[in-house]
Each structure stands twice: as structure tokens, then as C-alpha cells.
Ligand binder design. Structure first.
Ligand SMILES: CCCCCCCCCCCCC[C@H](O)CC(=O)SCCNC(=O)CCNC(=O)[C@H](O)C(C)(C)COP(=O)(O)OP(=O)(O)OC[C@H]1O[C@@H](n2cnc3c(N)ncnc32)[C@H](O)[C@@H]1OP(=O)(O)O
Ligand SMILES: NC(=O)c1ccc[n+]([C@@H]2O[C@H](COP(=O)([O-])OP(=O)(O)OC[C@H]3O[C@@H](n4cnc5c(N)ncnc54)[C@H](O)[C@@H]3O)[C@@H](O)[C@H]2O)c1
Length: 727
């Protein structure tokens, strides 16, 4: 909410509460601000004007809901910013809290900007598929130069006031009352010439090599954008500022803004913005929610197992300022784990610069390594990250149940195993919960939080609070094999492998999926994660290996189609990157650069011959549809079972844990844009062609939604007989 303060000759302040972005919905009451400015200009007793926020916040910008509202107004914030700039009386912006998007653009129209030291500012429009549409793309480069403006506008990052001061974005940073500091500054400015402070009149600071700089910057922006339109159009708008006079640049900004506004991508990104917030309001099937649960404080935590996942989990906890006890099975593993954790923390400290002091990870009171379970007696929460083996996990939980205090929360990082069975090994099953981190755990934002039959609401609330403390997004889901993310991933990977049997190559499939916008296709992902992980799991399930009954058909299990291809690769010692060979070949064991492997191509040909599979050309459409629609189909099953309480949960999981392109909104949002009747028709077609693949059989819930007339996503859950969407 913005206010206008009029600084009068008698030094008395008359305050008009002209809201331009109302809280909480940020509606724009521009007329009131415009009237106020005109009155201030006309009133000789007013000598200066100050714009500030209320409740310690300047402004979060325009109402994002408004951009997709059918009653979208043609709001003219740009002309208002120009009006501020043209004022004959000095206008000062006093920035507290946040100045984002349209809020910062208003501040750019002011002649001076004072910010509180704890304020943050930025132009985050790109993150919601737009560009700064109130002349910000034209004023910012004139103020701070093209490289810095391009960086802020194409990434949307928020910067602290101290950085804003260094960039010249604000004139002064204060530690005291910002409004009072602003009034003092306004008083000093009365009578001074304002021409040099009007950004629209300033030339763009020249670079000796502007053209070369811009072409290099474009390559970088496009590479990072991965098919997302907004960063490139943000770039074009700033480029226009370097080539055209201010008014023409503004016209170009408006044109580009409208292209983005009507692109489906802006809608998808804005959906993702609200979906991420919606999943914070969790509910369980039995109706537990924040209302019925309070998070418990975590003063000290423990992590068991310092392998791939445990190391990242320890790092995340330390970064969240939670003292940690890290435990391994023996001294040798402990030393390896300790080295790995310390390396990760050193790297994090380097990235954090001065703030790293707060990590204090060499202090044993903050981070302690042990092989003794006794060290876990006084912790408030334990996260187990040992091998994916039920017997081992149960043994550990039984031990924890005897050692830890009764109120301690016992979390498991299992990727798929049954939370209830793990909880059954303890005497406090209400304290047991799944906290499924994603690799690398200190980087990935997702935390899938799985409640079992007995998990208490307090345990869910505490895990959600923990996710927030670690700057992760927690998504609460029910208990089933693979939970939400891995359960949906299974049919996707299965289709990818079936496509190889039928004629594709790993690089064809990966290319199609990466062109869609995924960071990495299924085969490169599998090589990265290690093919042995899935192999071990399949052996555990009796699908391959010694326990497979003799005479089992090679390509069938329990009457369903099965592909032994990944098992055969593992039998050859091809585990992916770690062995230098998998679906691709690498320069060496541990190498990162995947190259198509002629050996694999011949292996696939021989395999097809052996099993008399007729090779055919498979086009991109079929690859994409079979992989993605089978994943989406499983999503509908999950919703119907009440494992997740809305499609936004599935989308947040896929965007933050599996690299689904955010500008496509997540799998379920994507399904809604493709249209459910089309998805159903395609699944029916593929299912008829592959009757032995149950994952391609359309979900009953999908059929029900199509029969109900393909309702919009936010109405899906009201058709499920389960819970309603949070959006
Ligand atoms: C064809 C012609 C049509 C013409 C029509 C178009 C008009 C043209 C006008 C052009 C003007 C352009 C102006 C400008 O360039 C565009 C913008 O300003 S876009 C908005 C930019 N701002 C942002 O992206 C900020 C987004 N918000 C945040 O980053 C964070 O919310 C925060 C502000 C940093 C606060 O973070 P937290 O403290 O963690 O709190 P939450 O995130 O949980 O938020 C609390 C609550 O507020 C809701 N909310 C926050 N910001 C907005 C917002 N800008 N609009 C709407 N709602 C917002 C958020 O959703 C939470 O509510 P909940 O969802 O939980 O109910
Ligand atoms: N690797 C991934 O990408 C990933 C992602 C999400 C979840 N997970 C899950 O996380 C868990 C750990 O996986 P990981 O990849 O880190 O495994 P890992 O093999 O890299 O590490 C497991 C660690 O547990 C230790 N350990 C084994 N028994 C122990 C015991 N009795 N006491 C203490 N420590 C013991 C081992 O010494 C080893 O260091 C598994 O349940 C896995 O399914 C893995």
C-alpha cells in the first residue's frame, strides 16, 4: 500500500493515504494517486512530495491475479510514473520492506530514493512471465547502466538495499526511520533543479562495445531461458532502450508486454506462483490442517547416513541454523561423510561471503559427527537417510524409538517405501513421517512430506515448518508406493524404455523431452542418478535377479509388459556416469559429458532381433505423448485416491523436484491446457496399441472429468468426491 506525504513550507506533514496497491490484493487505485499529485502540484503550500508504504512495506507491485482476470483492466501505471517524474516539486520515495515490480517502477519515477537497510527491491515480472510494464525497462538502464539493468530485469532477482546503493538504484540507505529520513531529504531538496533527476531525460550510459555486449548477453539469456519467452522479451525491451528515444522505447515495452500477457506462458507461471503458496495450506484426508496442528521447535536435529542424500540434508540443516548430530555406521564411513559434508559447507560458505560466519560449522555445538546412537538422546528430530532397505530402516527406527525422547520426530528419507511399515517398528508411530528430499538435497527446493496412518498433525506441521526454515517448498502428500513424484515418474521412465525397444534411441527421447523444456531427459537423468539404484529396487521386488522364477518370460512380469533393458545394462556394469557408461558413454568414470554410444546402438539392434521386435520410426509427438500423458494419467489416479489434495500439489512437486519447465505450469496444468478430452483420446489410442501396459489405460478420474465437460483445473477436485483444490 503506498501513501503520499505532502511536505509543506511550514514543515508540517499532511498525510493522504492514497493507496495504489491495496493490501492484500494489491488492486491499483491509480486515480487517487494521480489526483493527489495534481493537487500537490497546484497547491503552493506544498513544497515536496514523498511516497512511502504502510506497515513497513513499500509495495509488492501489481496484483498478479489481475493479469489473468477476465475483467483485466487496461491500467495505465506507466503514464502515472511519468506524471510523478514530471512533477515540478521534488518527489522522494521512502522504501521500506519491499519495492517490487510496479512498486519499484513508481520509485524510479521519483526524483530521489531512500531505502531502509533491510529493504529488498527488484523487478520480478520475468518470473511470472511478464516484463516490467510501467516504463521500468526504459528507466532502469538509464539509472544503473545496461549490464546491471539487464541482469535485474532478465533474472527478476531481489537485491538488498546495500547492493541497490552500490548500483546507484537508491540514493541513500538508512538504518533509522525511513519516512523521517525521506522527509528530511525532501526538505533539503526544495528549490533544487530536478532536470538531472528525471530518468526519462537521461541518456543511456554507453559501453565501448555495446553491440558485442548485447549479442553475448542474448545468447546467455536464451540459454538460461530454456524455451521460456519472458527473459528474451525482457532483453528486447532493454535493447530498445539502447537504440531508441525514451518514448519509442516505452511503446516497444508496451508491445512486448502485451505479447507476454497473452502468451500461455505468463498464465502458467502465474498459476505456479499461486500454486506454490496454495500448497502451504495443507490438509490431510482426515481433515487435519494448520488449524489443528502447531509446529514444534527444532532446537537440535540428527541425520543418520552420510551418503549422497545425508550430506546434503546435513548441509541444509546447518544453513537453516539448526545444530546437527550426524551419524554413520562406522568410523570409516563417518570420516568419508564428514569430509564430504565439510566440502559442501565450505562451498556454501564461499557463496555466502560475509554471511557465512553465521554457519559456524567448525563448532561442535553446531555440527557434531558420531557413530554412537547415544548422541541422539536429546535431539528434537531425526532424519534417516540410510540405504533403501526396509529391514535396515525398521531396525534403525526401532533403535531410535528406544533412544530418542518420546516427543522427538522420526523422519525417513525413503524414496518409495511404506511409511506405516517403518512406523510399525517404533512405539511412537504418531511421531514418524516421510521427509523426501531430492538430490542434491542442499540445492533442490522440494521436500515431499508424507504422512502415514498414525502420523500426528503436529509432525506434519513441524516438517512443513522445517521445510520453510531450510528455504524449501514442503508439499504434504499421502502414503503409497513412490508417493507422488516417483509414482508419476515410474510410467514416464517405463514408456521411455519401451520406446527404445520399439525403435528409438536414448538421445532421440532425451532430445524431445529437453525440447519440451525439461532440464534433462529420462536417460541422461538415469545415468546421472545411477542405473544400479533402480536395479537394486527391482531385484528387491523380485522383478529381476536370482529370485526371478525360472521360465519367467524375458519381457513380461505378472502378465504385464516388462523391459529387461536397464537390467541388462547393469549386468554389463553400465551404471551410468559413475562407471563412465550407461545409456550414453562418458569421457571417464565420473565424467559428465554424455555422448551417444555406438555400442548401445548395436546392443539395441541385437536385442530387438533376439526378441523379434520390428523396428519402426517413432516421431516426436508419440515420444512426448507416451512419456508425458502416462505420467499425467498417474497424476489423475493419485488425485482420485486423495494421495494429494489438489492438482497444484502435483505441479509444485514436478516443477521443484523433477525439472518440469515452470513456464508450462506443471503436468496437471499442462493437461488442462492441452485439454482433457485430447489426453483421454490419446491414452485410449496408445492403450489399445499396448494392451499389456496398464499405465496407459486412462484413469477413471480422467474419464469422469471429460464426461463432466472438461472443467477448469480449479474445479477438478469438486468432481473427485475427495478434497477441494486450494487455488
Ligand atoms: C490487453 C490490455 C490489458 C492490459 C492489462 C494489463 C495492465 C498493464 C499494467 C502494466 C503495469 C505493469 C506493472 C508491473 O510492471 C507489473 C507488476 O508489478 S507484476 C507484480 C510483480 N511483483 C511480484 O512478482 C511480487 C510477487 N510477490 C512476492 O514475491 C512475494 O509474495 C513477496 C511480496 C516477496 C512476499 O513474500 P512472503 O512474505 O513470503 O509472502 P507470500 O509470498 O506468501 O505472499 C503473501 C500473500 O500475498 C500474495 N501476493 C504477494 N504478492 C502479490 C502480488 N503482486 N499480487 C497478488 N498477490 C500477491 C501471495 O499470493 C500471498 O497470498 P496467498 O496466495 O497466500 O493468499
Ligand atoms: N540418491 C538419491 O537420489 C535419492 C533421492 C531421494 C531419496 N533417496 C533415499 O535416501 C536414502 C539414502 O540414499 P542415498 O542415495 O543417500 O544412499 P547412499 O548409499 O549414498 O548412502 C547411505 C548411507 O547410509 C549409511 N548407513 C547404512 N547403514 C547405516 C546404519 N546402520 N547406520 C548409519 N548409517 C548407515 C551408509 O554408510 C551410507 O553412507 C535412501 O532411502 C534413498 O532411497 C535417495
Amino acid at each position: 500500500m503506498l501513501r503520499l506525504l505532502l511536505v509543506c513550507s511550514c514543515k508540517r506533514i499532511r498525510q493522504f493515504s492514497y493507496t495504489i496497491f491495496s493490501n492484500p490484493k494489491f488492486n491499483i487505485f491509480l486515480q487517487a494517486l494521480e489526483d493527489g499529485l495534481k493537487r500537490a502540484d497546484a497547491d503552493p503550500s506544498v513544497k515536496a512530495v514523498m511516497i512511502c508504504g504502510e506497515n513497513g512495506k513499500f509495495s509488492a507491485g501489481a496484483d498478479i491475479q489481475g493479469f489473468s482476470s477476465p475483467k483485466r483492466q487496461g491500467i495505465a501505471l506507466g503514464p502515472l510514473v511519468s506524471l510523478i517524474e514530471r512533477s515540478e516539486k521534488p518527489v522522494v520515495a521512502a522504501i521500506e520492506g519491499i519495492a517490487l515490480g510496479g512498486g519499484l517502477e513508481v520509485a524510479l519515477g521519483c526524483h530521489f530514493r531512500v531505502a531502509h537497510v533491510q529493504a529488498r527491491m527488484g523487478l520480478p515480472e520475468v518470473t511470472i512471465g511478464l516484463l516490467p510494464g510501467a516504463e521500468g525497462t526504459q528507466r532502469l538502464p538509464r539509472l544503473i547502466g545496461v549490464p546491471a539493468a539487464l541482469d535485474l530485469i532478465t533474472t527478476g532477482r531481489h537485491i538488498p538495499a546495500t547492493e541497490a546503493l552500490k548500483l546507484g538504484l537508491v540514493d541513500e540507505v538508512v538504518e533509522e526511520n525511513t519516512v523521517e529520513a525521506g522527509i528530511r531529504l525532501a526538505n533539503k531538496l526544495i528549490g533544487q533543479p530536478l532536470g538531472p533527476r528525471r530518468l526519462s531525460l537521461k541518456p543511456i550510459p554507453r559501453l565501448p562495445n555495446m553491440e558485442a555486449f548485447l549479442s553475448e548477453a542474448l545468447v546467455k539469456v536464451k540459454k538460461q531461458a530454456r524455451g521460456c519467452l519472458a527473459p528474451e522479451l525482457c532483453f528486447q525491451a532493454v535493447k530498445a532502450a539502447t537504440e531508441q528515444p525514451f518514448a519509442d522505447g516505452v511503446r516497444r515495452e508496451r508491445e512486448l508486454f502485451n505479447i507476454l500477457l497473452t502468451s500461455g506462458q505468463a498464465q502458467a507461471l502465474q498459476y505456479a506462483f499461486f500454486a506454490e503458496r496454495a500448497v502451504q495450506r495443507w490438509t490431510t484426508l482426515s481433515g487435519a490442517s494448520w488449524k489443528s496442528a502447531s509446529p514444534q521447535p527444532i532446537r537440535r536435529a540428527a541425520v543418520i547416513g552420510l551418503g549422497t542424500m545425508g550430506r546434503g540434508i546435513v548441509t541444509s540443516l546447518v544453513k537453516a541454523n539448526i545444530p546437527v548430530v550426524a551419524l554413520e555406521q562406522d568410523v570409516e564411513y563417518l570420516n568419508t561423510g564428514r569430509k564430504a559434508v565439510m566440502l559442501l559447507l565450505e562451498r556454501e560458505a564461499m557463496k555466502m561471503g560475509q554471511d557465512a560466519q553465521s554457519l559456524d560449522f567448525h563448532n561442535p555445538a553446531r555440527l557434531q559427527f558420531t557413530v554412537d546412537f547415544d548422541g541422539l538422546r536429546d535431539v528434537d528430530l531425526v532424519i534417516e537417510a540410510v540405504f533403501e532397505n526396509m529391514a535396515l530402516k525398521k531396525e534403525i527406527f526401532k533403535k531410535l524409538s528406544g533412544i530418542c525422547k518420546p516427543g522427538a520426530f522420526l523422519c525417513t528419507n525413503t524414496s518409495a517405501l511404506n511409511i506405516d511399515e517403518i512406523a510399525s517398528a517404533t512405539s511412537h508411530p504418531q511421531q514418524v513421517i516421510g521427509t523426501h528430499f531430492f538430490s542434491p538435497a542442499h540445492v533442490m527446493r522440494l521436500l515431499e512430506i508424507i504422512y502415514g496412518r498414525h502420523t500426528s498433525p503436529a509432525a506434519i506441521a513441524t516438517a512443513m515448518q522445517l521445510a520453510k526454515a531450510m528455504k524449501k517448498v514442503g508439499v504434504v502428500v499421502g502414503n503409497c508406493f513412490g508417493f507422488v513424484g516417483n509414482r508419476m515418474m515410474f510410467p514416464y521412465v517405463q514408456q521411455a524404455v519401451f520406446l527404445l525397444e520399439e525403435g528409438s534411441r536414448p538421445e532421440n527421447v532425451d532430445q524431445v523431452i529437453e525440447d519440451f523444456g525439461f532440464k534433462i531427459g529420462p536417460f541422461r537423468m538415469s545415468d546421472l542418478a545411477g542405473l544400479d539404484v533402480g536395479w537394486r529396487s527391482r531385484k528387491g521386488q523380485g522383478l529381476t535377479g536370482a529370485s526371478l522364477p525360472p521360465g519367467t518370460p524375458a519381457r513380461q512380469r505378472h502378465g504385464r509388459r516388462y523391459s529387461p533393458l536397464p537390467d541388462l545394462l547393469c549386468e554389463q556394469g553400465r551404471f551410468g556416469q559413475k562407471t563412465g557408461k550407461g545409456w550414453y558413454q562418458y569421457e571417464k568414470a565420473g565424467g559428465r559429458t554424455a555422448r551417444p554410444d555406438p555400442w548401445l546402438h548395436s546392443f539395441l539392434s541385437e536385442y530387438r532381433d533376439t526378441h523379434q521386435i520390428k523396428t519402426r520410426f517413432i516421431d516426436q509427438e508419440e515420444i512426448l505423448e507416451r512419456c508425458l500423458f502416462s505420467l499425467i494419467n498417474e497424476g489423475f489416479n493419485i488425485l482420485a485416491e486423495g494421495i494429494a489434495s489438489g492438482p497444484e500439489h502435483l505441479d509444485v512437486i514436478y516443477i521443484n523436484g523433477y525439472g518440469w519447465p515452470k513456464h508450462k505450469g506443471g503436468p496437471m496444468f499442462h493437461a488442462s491446457t492441452v485439454g482433457l478430452p485430447r489426453i483421454l483420446a490419446k491414452l485410449q489410442k496408445y492403450s489399445e496399441a499396448h494392451p499389456d501396459v496398464p499405465e496407459l489405460r486412462p484413469s477413471a478420474f480422467l474419464k469422469k472429468l471429460v464426461a463432466a465437460g472438461n472443467p477448469p483445473l480449479k474445479e477438478w477436485m469438486s468432481c473427485s468426491g475427495s478434497q477441494s483444490s486450494k487455488l
